[in-house]
Design a protein around this ligand. Structure first.
Ligand code: PEP
Ligand code: MG
Length: 587
């Protein structure tokens, strides 16, 4: 290990979410619980069983404490899940089977408990009853905690930071990101990751700076060290000097003034100087983000990423839970569309610790992801579709499918939707029979067949995060090749143009909901290519609206035309960057 810095050290990374923060480090190292396996000597047997009993007791106390806190802060309903966790610990069959396993194999108790609990998880997750299937998730959570206690690993937790902290992690999974303590985290720094990793999307929605791809950051700092995170230039400064803090204080004041100017403009209509109205919507992941959507004056929700309902508790939510969430968002925007995306788990959004649902794959980005998973797990898919349909009775809900690769897949998804419509109709449950249904275009095969797909859906939403990854063969979360992830590659621009042209030929609208839509450098290019709507993380809206109000649509069209004639991504970027800088001056 390198010696730790005593003096100021500037460590470069990738600027992923704007802002400046100065504070103490909370070091978060993510690792799976590794279970050692060994034989226990005959004279240590009683000790091994009492180790098990002690872990049961400690785990029970921990869960009881969390339960009480949740009840106090969030209410009895939210606390109920922990009652189910407590019941798992009281399950005599689970306990006695673990002891029997130990008595027959003499293997250490962690190995025995893991074996028995995995058997239970598998059995429960295969049961054709929603309530019982959910118990699999409870057992998984409790088993994980038990194993941590048995192995003496105090589970780290991002959901409860003791104080304001800059989180420094080797990686932040989507489920960590979903549970992050929004009141205390002031910055995110990760060794790995890129601009479109989910931790970054969460950082942007929290309006805190993020710097990713800082390779060995977790080896350079310890808990409590002081760092300055510069999310504008993408660097982290360890032990900043007084002069550096003073310099950054001035930069921060200047940026704040500029941000305020943009925020004031965000209350005005999104209309270009030559009178073209531009639709700007918001991307959200959690119901409580509707507040941010309003604050930043978005025209409804262009992408509701529903995975986070599944990832925050690492279990499949029931139809009722989903209905409540979708309904709440639909009701928050009675006059604007709320586009709910069906489940996109897998790939960069894995549901960890669920080998029964997501078996390990050597190539998860090309694997069992999103709509592919849903079409195989029809009951899980139908629960979600029914919940979305029911919510459509309460607002202007639209539905879209992620990762559509071609027309047959779209037809299969629509057939399941039709089944749900028929069931609800039969049961007399209200839903919007005319709810618009769209496809995300984020796989090259969908882009190439956009003419066919456009005839079979009501709108397109281009997921540039994935589309770029698959077009350029650049893993979107691999920091080693992050510099090759180029949204201005001619292949990307030509593909977007082709999608837009085919959609418009069929008279359907095209939105872009990937991170490109929230970056002022790319916004004029996208609008110039004919994109109808942009959807982005709410705090990015003011800057985009400011730029829209400072440019002409005719100029954007000329920019896109010129860009399409260039061959180099760097040249196109320079052209787009100049366009933006000439219209938005931060001084
Ligand atoms: C995208 O791929 O651009 C997108 C919006 O979806 P996600 O980032 O959730 O994969
Ligand atoms: Mg995507």
């Amino acid at each position: 290990m390198e010696a730790r810095a005593k003096n100021e050290v500037v460590v470069p990374g990738i600027a992923a979410s704007q802002g400046i923060a100065y504070g103490q480090v909370f070091l978060y190292i993510q690792s799976d619980v590794e279970i050692p396996s060994y034989q226990v000597d005959a004279d240590k047997r009683i000790e091994e069983i009492s180790r098990f009993e002690h872990a049961l007791l400690v785990t029970r106390q921990q869960i009881q404490k969390i339960r009480d806190e949740v009840e106090k802060n969030l209410g009895a309903d939210e606390a109920r899940i922990f009652d189910a966790h407590l019941l798992v610990l009281e399950d005599q069959a689970l306990i006695s089977e673990t002891i029997r396993e130990f008595e027959t194999t003499s293997k250490n108790i962690e190995t025995c408990f893991n074996k028995v609990s995995q058997r239970y998880i598998k059995a429960f997750s295969e049961i054709d009853d929603e309530y019982l299937r959910e118990r699999a998730g409870d057992i998984r959570d409790v088993a994980q905690r038990m194993l941590q206690n048995l192995l003496g690993q105090a589970g780290q937790n991002l959901s409860k930071l003791a104080d304001k902290r800059a989180v420094v992690a080797n990686d932040i999974s989507p489920s960590d990101a979903a549970s992050i303590d929004r009141s205390q985290a002031i910055a995110l720094v990760t060794d790995s990751g890129s601009k479109t990793s989910h931790a970054v999307i969460v950082a942007r929605s929290m309006k805190i700076p993020a710097v990713v791809g800082v390779r060995d950051m977790t080896r350079r700092v310890r808990n409590g060290d002081w760092i300055l995170v510069d999310g504008y230039d993408g660097q982290v400064i360890i032990n900043p000097t007084e002069q550096t803090l003073f310099r950054y204080g001035k930069i921060q004041l200047q940026k704040k003034g500029f941000e305020q100017r943009m925020f004031d403009a965000s209350k005005l209509p999104a209309v270009t100087l030559d009178g073209a109205a531009v639709i700007l919507r918001a991307n959200i992941e959690k119901v409580d983000e509707v507040k941010l959507v309003r604050e930043n004056s978005a025209s409804g929700v262009g992408l509701f990423r529903t995975e986070f309902l599944y990832l925050s508790d690492n279990r499949v939510p029931s139809e009722e839970e989903q209905y409540a969430a979708y309904k709440a968002v639909a009701e928050a925007f009675p006059d604007e569309p709320v586009v709910i995306r069906t489940l996109d788990l897998g790939g960069d959004k894995p549901m960890t610790g669920n080998p029964d649902l997501f078996p390990e794959e050597s190539n998860p980005f090309l694997g069992f992801r999103a709509i592919r998973f849903c079409l195989e797990h029809k009951e899980i898919f139908k629960d979600q579709l029914r919940a979305i349909l029911r919510a459509s009775a309460h607002g202007k809900v639209q539905l879209m499918y992620p990762m559509i690769s071609g027309s047959e897949e779209l037809a299969r998804a629509n057939a399941v939707l039709e089944e749900c419509r028929a069931e609800l109709k039969k049961d007399g449950v209200a839903f919007d029979a005319k709810m618009a249904v769209g496809a995300m275009i984020e796989i090259p095969s969908a882009a190439v067949t956009a003419d066919i797909l456009a005839k079979e859906c009501d709108f397109f939403s281009i997921g540039t995060n994935d589309l770029i990854q698959y077009l350029l063969a650049i893993d979107r979360v691999n920091d080693r090749i992050a510099h090759l992830y180029e949204p201005t590659h001619p292949a990307v621009l030509r593909t977007i143009k082709q999608i837009v042209d085919e959609a418009h030929r069929q008279k359907i609208k095209v939105s872009v909901c990937g991170e490109m839509a929230g970056d002022p450098v790319y916004v004029p290019l996208l609008l110039g290519l004919g994109v109808d709507e942009l959807s982005m993380t709410p705090p990015l809206l003011p800057a985009v609206k400011y730029l829209v109000r400072a440019m002409k649509m005719s100029e954007a069209k000329k920019l896109a035309k010129d860009a399409l004639e260039l061959t180099s991504p760097k040249e196109i970027y320079a052209l787009a960057d100049k366009f933006c800088r000439e219209r938005v001056k931060s001084e």
